[in-house]
Design a protein around this ligand. Structure first.
Ligand SMILES: [Zn+2]
Length: 177
């Protein structure tokens, strides 16, 4: 590590209150649970009035469910928990920018606020590939902000993919012997 790198102070963007930081840290810990199962590490937690309504991590492979993204898993748990499919006044914290499916689900659930960590340049549907929540044809508005603990969320994902690539190389080499 160069001295320049050591001097970089990684601090969250100032507009995020301490509670937001704590919840995103929690979402990162959920993502790690998915990672332990071999899933792409993405975590999500839904919070209302300081309490958890639902939580989840990405698990399409283990659940044999193409819709089992962290957000969907958390939404299902939260709605089940409060016995209402509308999650009024709640905030969802996700480590990664939601995809098209998840953005749609957040609108259906009437989530008030979305906070995500890192962007998803290839398929992100909030700020990257498309800006679905900026459309006016939805009957519900979800406030969103991003960049909270972004480098930690990004690092968790890139480490996972780097490990997986290394593993695949190893398997390929072993196959040649
Ligand atoms: Zn998704």
């Amino acid at each position: 590590m160069s001295s320049d790198e050591q001097n970089i102070v990684v601090s969250p963007a100032p507009e995020f209150p301490a509670a937001d930081i704590r919840w995103m840290e929690y979402a990162i810990s959920l993502a790690a649970k998915g990672e332990a199962l071999g899933e792409v590490p993405v975590g999500a937690v839904i919070v209302k009035d300081g309490a958890i309504l639902g939580e989840g991590f990405n698990q399409p492979i283990t659940a044999n469910d193409p819709t089992a993204h962290a957000e969907i898993v958390a939404l299902r748990q939260a709605a089940n928990h409060i016995r209402n499919y509308r999650l009024i006044d709640s905030t969802i914290y996700v480590t990664l920018e939601p995809c098209t499916m998840c953005v749609g689900a957040l609108v259906h659930a009437r989530i008030a606020r979305l906070v995500f960590g890192t962007t998803e340049p290839k398929a992100g549907a909030v700020v990257s590939k498309s800006q679905l929540l900026d459309n006016d044809y939805f009957n519900h508005r979800v406030d969103y902000s991003n960049g909270l603990l972004a480098s930690r969320c990004q690092h968790q994902l890139s480490e996972f993919f780097a490990l997986r690539r290394a593993q695949k190389r190893k398997e390929k080499l072993a196959g040649r012997e």
